[in-house]
Design a protein. Structure first.
Length: 187
C-alpha cells in the first residue's frame, strides 16, 4: 500500500471571499461603483492556484476564477521566486504589487497578452501610486488557464495579469458596464 504524503493544493476560502464581497458591495454602493460584479484577488494564496475571482453580487458567489500574477520585487522578472509569499509595496521601482482597492478605469492598447489593458486608479494609501507606476490590469500569455500548483505563475512588475482567455471574458463584461468596477487586491 502506497500512501501519498503530498499536501492537497490550497484553494480559495469561499467564506472569507464572501465576507470580502460583502465589504466590497458596501464600498461600491457608497462610491457609486457597479453593484453587479467586482474583482477580488486573494494574495494570501500561492500564485499557482486560482486566486482571482469575478464576484457576482446578485448570486453572492464566484462567477469566474483564474490565476493571476504578482510582482517580482527585487528578483528577476518572469520567474516564480515569490510564488508562496509575495512582497507588496506602493513604492515606485519596487516591482511589487500594491494591495488595496482600485477603480478599474479606461481600456487601452497593451503590448501584452490580447493587447488590452485597463488603467487602475489606486483608492488607498497602499496603492495610491498605481497610475505613476503604470500598474494596470492586463493579460499575459505566460499565465496559465488552470492551477499549476506547486509551481507558480510568472511574476511581472506588479500588475495583476491574468490568462488571455480569462481576459477575453472579463474584458467583454467590463465593456458592457455603465459604472466602474471595483478590483480589490488583499492578503
Amino acid at each position: 500500500m502506497t500512501v501519498s504524503l503530498q499536501a492537497a493544493a490550497p484553494h480559495i476560502d469561499t467564506a472569507r471571499t464572501r465576507e470580502k464581497a460583502k465589504q466590497a458591495l458596501a464600498f461600491c454602493r457608497q462610491k457609486g461603483f457597479d453593484t453587479k460584479y467586482c474583482i477580488l484577488i486573494d494574495m494570501s494564496l500561492p500564485s499557482g492556484v486560482k486566486r482571482f475571482v469575478v464576484w457576482d453580487f446578485g448570486k453572492n458567489n464566484i462567477l469566474l476564477s483564474g490565476l493571476v500574477s504578482h510582482g517580482c520585487g527585487k528578483m528577476p522578472w518572469s520567474g516564480m521566486w515569490s510564488k508562496d509569499k509575495p512582497e507588496f509595496s506602493n513604492a515606485d521601482g519596487s516591482h511589487c504589487t500594491p494591495l488595496g482597492k482600485y477603480k478599474i478605469n479606461n481600456r487601452a492598447y497593451s503590448a501584452w497578452g490580447i493587447h488590452v489593458k485597463y488603467y487602475l486608479d489606486g483608492l488607498e494609501s497602499t496603492n495610491s501610486n498605481a497610475l505613476v507606476r503604470q500598474i494596470v490590469f492586463h493579460s499575459w500569455e505566460e499565465v496559465a488557464e488552470n492551477d499549476v500548483y506547486p509551481f507558480g505563475t510568472p511574476e511581472g512588475w506588479g500588475c495583476p495579469a491574468i490568462s488571455n482567455n480569462t481576459m477575453k471574458i472579463v474584458g467583454g463584461m467590463l465593456r458592457k458596464q455603465k459604472k466602474h468596477w471595483l478590483m480589490w487586491i488583499y492578503s
